[in-house]
Design a protein around this ligand. Sequence first.
Ligand code: HEC
Ligand code: HEC
Ligand code: HEC
Length: 333
Amino acid sequence: MGIIPGCDKLVTNEFYDTTTIIDTIRDSTCVDFCHSDVNNTMDIARRQWENSGHAMTDPYSLRIGSDEASACGTSCHSEEGLLRSLGETASNDNFLSEIGCITCHAPHTTWDFSVRDTTAVTLADGASFDYSADTSNICAHCHRLDFKAGDYTLLGVIDPTWRVVAEHSMGDADLLAGVGGYEFSLPVDDLVHSHKDTAGCVTCHQKYAQGFTLGGHSLSIVSEGDLLADACNQDACHAGDVDATYMTDRQAIVASLIDNLKSRLIKLGWLDDSGDLDTSAIIPVGGADSLGALYNYFFMRNDGSMGMHNFGYDTLLLQRSLDYIGAAPPPKR
Ligand code: HEC
Ligand code: HEC
Ligand code: HEC
């Protein structure tokens, strides 16, 4: 009985005697749901999470406790940051930790593994991201742009403030919702948004799992050449049409549009030879449409899905950018 009263005390924080110990331990949601001698749900979630970007030490070994953590926004790059942004008083004496279990869950409050926050998220351009039906809103707290195209295209120059656009890669929610790109003041038919309202982040990235490296809490769709086809091939979605070739063919189309645009922008002297920004230079460029093409290049390039979040929107805006730059070349610097 040595350990049990301790656990009981932790769980209920109430006075106990032998009878309540037995009652509480047997009925405890904690014990039923999380810990059992025949069920490994927690270990499975943890081993998948270990293979996710959220547990990766590359970004965090640099960022935890460093200036970079604040520069990129602690609310997206640490557990404590997100909790604080949700109004919790999370503090670990300024030690920031990676995006772990209690970033998304509050099991000692809710007594289950529901997501701790399911409210809709307002995107930078004002659109509401509401995929609460599949619990994806929590993802959009972090995986969204915190700037608008106009903040940059109206500057009239390419200068060091563009660094955020050039290096940040979190517009997943905006792309999925079909907003956030520079649209050249032309209408965008809603039909291009093939995934809008049909699938949230969790439906594709997490609902299905294959082992520890595909789907589930790994959140990976592709791993070492394997594809989480179950997620794409749900009846209401691609119903069996998607395999690795289907996906890589489309990703290749987007990649080649991006490459094409990159070459044009390099020729104009707006990007260095590797397609990145010279963050020490100030280049006068002028028109919003020219800068819009540059903006779209970074937005689409930095989205790790290569068109999979919104193939229609990516290809439309990349093509518009190419047409604009091709037809009326803006002045060289
Ligand atoms: C990025 C957010 C996020 C993180 C981090 C996270 N989870 Fe989850 N988890 C979810 C979502 C979303 C669901 C699905 C919830 C639903 O359908 O209500 C879920 C579901 C679960 C479930 C229910 C069964 C299942 O696997 O779907 C368990 C158990 C669970 N998580 C445990 C964990 C553990 C343990 C960790 C840490 C190792 C963790 N989670 C980290 C988002 C997260
Ligand atoms: C607290 C903020 C936060 C939340 C909530 C969050 N993420 Fe992340 N996510 C990140 C950060 C930060 C990274 C690491 C990106 C980097 O620096 O490379 C990341 C990485 C990822 C990656 C791997 C990217 C890569 O380049 O390998 C995927 C996929 C992903 N997240 C999906 C999701 C999904 C799906 C959800 C919702 C269930 C979610 N995330 C919730 C912040 C968050
Ligand atoms: C329609 C299915 C679908 C939806 C919905 C979806 N994704 Fe993706 N996502 C993909 C595919 C497919 C890829 C490409 C995977 C690859 O090539 O590695 C991807 C790639 C990513 C990547 C880059 C992963 C990497 O390894 O570089 C991140 C991060 C990501 N998605 C986050 C999200 C977030 C956050 C949401 C919700 C706002 C979301 N996704 C919604 C299908 C989806």
